[in-house]
Design a binder for this molecule. Structure first.
Ligand code: HEC
Ligand code: HEC
Ligand code: HEC
Ligand code: HEC
Length: 419
């Protein structure tokens, strides 16, 4: 049933033109084979650069995909958070740093933009933004996220939509060659000043024998220093990429973004094709649910052959009655698939359940012992503990021996003929 529902979602994604999806922790709940089954139906890849097989160490899914939008070459990488709880796994989730180092190396040089689909914690995503300057957008997914904040960390946008699919998130971007998001409006002068300030700071530390030496005792300060140096490098690139200012005004081609969330209100009309896909999946799910109910309903019946070993005389004598060939009667009449007939000529179907009659197992074809004595699965395992009905009442006979089908039925006369 989960598969039927999930397949419907994938079909909708296909129809909506999805380019890819990133695999998150909860997607793994049903196991890898389940996800791979779904991916077969998808017209786009499922991404994860860090789910690897325990034994072989090989990646289970595609780590990244490349797409062209307009005249942009965009790389998209997927990274998965934690393992789902309480599951036995044949796979492990690799450390993100190791996985990203490896994946980013494989990506072509001439990409215009790099997007990460991340299911890691927000803090880890911030670390990624600091460490990998080439990742321009991190689309986050995870349980702990909520709200609609968009955050700019160095040159990376971090964003997500609120939980539970109540909104569609839209991120409009105007991507410029400089590959730099517009942050504070640094004027040309300010930019130079900031670079000078950082260079002065760098020189000072260099004089003390470099950062490693200067901050030997203080790892936090060292990290801070490293971040400052990365910032310095970025500002220098930015300065180099800027067109010369006209007069004192800045004409900088920053990239810009605008995020909006669209609440999915009931008033929004359903799209006909996706509605149809979902309707069909609901139908399939219902049939599957019935099938499950039914197999459970039949489970409690053992079938007449399993009574033979202990009730041999009764069994032999029963075999001579027409109850033991009641289904064969329908087969001979080619009515064994006729829902108007089956339920009175088999065991375990007292009601007319048209949709499940075809599913009756072979051991319950014919009107068996259990049609009169009730389900015997437990009785055959422990007869003394699980007694069956001995004196089968008339009401049971009458569920099948109705006026229409058995006009001269007489309980007192016929009860002696059953075995
Ligand atoms: C699940 C339905 C069902 C139940 C319950 C049932 N029967 Fe029947 N019975 C049939 C069917 C169907 C036939 C005819 C089978 C055939 O000819 O293929 C039949 C045939 C018979 C016959 C043989 C009639 C003939 O002339 O061949 C007797 C006697 C009979 N049933 C008695 C009983 C009695 C007594 C009970 C209750 C204690 C009972 N049945 C319960 C379905 C049922
Ligand atoms: C409500 C239960 C019931 C349904 C539904 C039912 N039967 Fe029966 N059928 C019986 C019983 C009971 C007998 C035994 C009749 C008797 O001899 O008293 C029987 C007997 C028969 C017999 C053998 C006796 C005869 O009349 O020739 C045939 C053949 C038969 N049914 C075919 C069918 C077919 C075909 C259908 C579907 C169109 C059908 N039955 C639907 C209960 C049912
Ligand atoms: C059509 C209904 C019907 C079917 C089918 C049927 N029985 Fe019975 N069975 C009865 C009835 C009615 C009694 C009670 C008879 C009496 O008290 O005279 C009974 C009694 C019994 C008893 C206890 C009394 C005795 O005679 O020892 C056993 C055991 C039993 N059946 C086993 C079976 C087994 C095993 C099968 C299948 C091989 C079977 N029955 C099929 C109706 C049925
Ligand atoms: C492992 C042996 C064994 C098997 C298999 C077995 N029975 Fe019994 N059955 C017994 C024993 C023993 C009794 C007598 C229980 C007592 O009196 O303590 C009994 C009693 C019965 C009775 C009388 C009511 C009762 O519970 O005492 C019926 C009816 C019955 N069996 C039907 C069936 C049917 C129908 C099947 C097949 C689904 C079946 N039995 C399979 C051993 C068996």
């Amino acid at each position: 049933m989960a598969l039927a529902n999930s397949l419907a979602i994938i079909k909708c994604f296909n129809f909506m033109g999805y380019d890819t999806i990133g695999i998150a922790t909860h997607d793994l709940q049903m196991g890898i084979p389940f996800l791979k089954e779904l991916e077969k139906e998808a017209s786009f890849p499922f991404l994860s650069a860090n789910i690897v097989d325990k034994k072989s160490g090989a990646l289970e899914f595609t780590p990244y995909t490349l797409i062209n939008k307009g005249n942009l070459h965009i790389g998209i990488v997927g990274i998965t958070g934690q393992l789902p709880e309480n599951t036995e796994n044949s796979y492990v989730i690799q450390d993100w740093q190791q996985a990203l180092d490896k994946t980013l190396q494989q990506l072509p040089e001439d990409m215009d933009m790099l997007v990460l689909l991340s299911n890691l914690s927000h803090d880890e995503n911030i670390s990624i933004a600091r460490k990998y300057q080439d990742i321009h957008i991190i689309l986050e997914a995870g349980q702990s996220l909520n709200g609609q904040q968009l955050q700019l960390v160095d040159n990376t946008i971090l964003t997500h939509t609120p939980k539970e699919g109540k909104y569609v998130g839209e991120l409009k971007i105007d991507w410029q060659k400089a590959k730099t998001w517009q942050t504070e409006h640094l004027s040309h002068m300010e930019l130079r000043n900031e670079i000078d300030r950082l260079n002065w700071f760098k020189n000072r530390i260099d004089k003390r024998g470099g950062a490693q030496e200067a901050y030997r005792q203080n790892p936090t300060a060292l990290q801070d220093y490293n971040e400052k140096m990365q910032h310095l490098q970025r500002l220098q690139t930015e300065l180099a990429n800027r067109t010369e200012p006209k007069e004192d005004a800045d004409i900088i081609t920053y990239s810009s973004y605008q995020q909006s969330l669209h609440p999915l209100r009931p008033a929004i009309l359903d799209e006909p094709q996706t509605t149809q896909i979902l309707k069909n999946s609901r139908k399939t799910a219902n049939t599957l649910r019935r099938k499950k109910d039914v197999s459970q309903r039949f489970d409690v019946y053992a079938g007449s052959d399993s009574c033979k070993s202990c009730h041999e005389f009764i069994y032999e004598s029963y075999q001579k009655t027409s109850h033991s060939t009641a289904f064969s009667t329908l087969v001979n009449k080619a009515d064994d698939n006729n829902p108007n007939c089956i339920f009175c000529h088999v065991t375990g179907l007292p009601e007319r359940l048209a949709h499940i009659q075809a599913l009756i197992p072979q051991r319950l074809q014919q009107v068996g012992c259990e049609a009169c004595h009730g389900p015997g699965k437990q009785h055959i395992q422990n007869p003394a503990a699980h007694r069956l009905t001995q004196a089968v009442p008339e009401t049971i006979c009458l569920t099948c021996h109705t006026e229409d089908h058995s006009d001269d039925f007489n309980y007192t006369r016929d009860v002696g003929l059953v075995h």
